[in-house]
Ligand binder design. Structure first.
Ligand code: TA6
Length: 235
């Protein structure tokens, strides 16, 4: 997603291999039907590495360009997760970048699911980033086995590994990217949780495999519905 001046707004690691089955380390990975390791499925579920069909690329009546992409259950997914589903993703570009997902239960029994847009925002310098809109919120600290804490800092600044699910915290976030004199507005509808994640220097190198110094140029600000999962009836 580039601005008119050609500037990239999303992060993509130089080390990300765009090969089938490999999660992409950047952009907006689509997480479904499981968030992270909060269940028995592969980390972040299986649609982020699935094949999606491009159903349509067009302009809507307002002139915005959009793409519709679709994926559904396969024998492989049913072997992992015994449910029939269809996921339709709409990506719309005008002044903002919007992503919307529709999950249909095409089977005959209800299923629970979690969903998350794992957005990798590109930032100029993480040490000069401030996130407004989370003060007072309760979060699960995934660097401390999910311990429940309350956000006291206003604004939130990132110093070291940060991996938090701010639960049931709808509303706009303002991400101040001070080194680039920019404020990014992050709005959600239907996703009541928001995840803030940066691996920090150590994990960036050891487990996440970012290139040197890349961790200072990204902040994952994720729209999530994880706590609780969504219960979806057939049809
Ligand atoms: O959304 C944050 C998180 O759950 C972190 O715990 C970290 O694992 C990150 O996702 C990346 O996950 P991945 O499977 O893409 O390495």
């Amino acid at each position: 997603w580039k601005r008119a001046n050609g500037e990239e707004m999303l992060f993509l690691s130089a080390n990300s291999r765009l090969s089938p089955g490999e999660p992409i380390r950047g952009g907006i990975p689509v997480v479904f039907p499981q968030f992270a390791n909060l269940g028995p499925l592969p980390q972040h579920g299986f649609v982020r590495t699935a094949t999606w069909d491009v159903v349509e690329v067009s302009r809507d009546p307002g002139g915005s360009v959009f793409a519709l992409l679709r994926t559904r259950d396969t024998e492989a997914t049913r072997a992992l997760w015994p449910h029939a589903f269809r996921a339709t993703l709409r990506v719309t570009l005008d002044e903002a970048l919007s992503t919307a997902i529709t999950i249909e239960n095409t089977g005959d029994e209800a299923f629970p699911f979690q969903c998350d847009f794992h957005t990798y925002l590109r930032v100029g310098d993480l040490r000069k980033v401030a996130v407004e809109g989370l003060e007072g919120a309760t979060y699960q600290d995934r660097t401390a086995k999910g311990a429940e804490r309350r956000e006291r800092r206003r604004p939130l600044r990132i110093d070291g590994e940060t991996d938090r699910i701010y639960v049931a915290r709808p509303g706009r976030l303002r991400i101040r990217d001070e080194s680039r004199s920019r404020i990014v507005l992050h709005d959600r509808a239907g996703f009541n949780d928001v995840v803030i994640w940066n691996p920090g220097e150590e994990r960036a190198r050891t487990t996440i495999g970012l290139a040197d110094g890349e961790y200072l140029t990204m902040l994952a600000v994720e729209s999530a519905q994880a706590v609780p999962p969504v219960q979806l009836a057939p049809g």
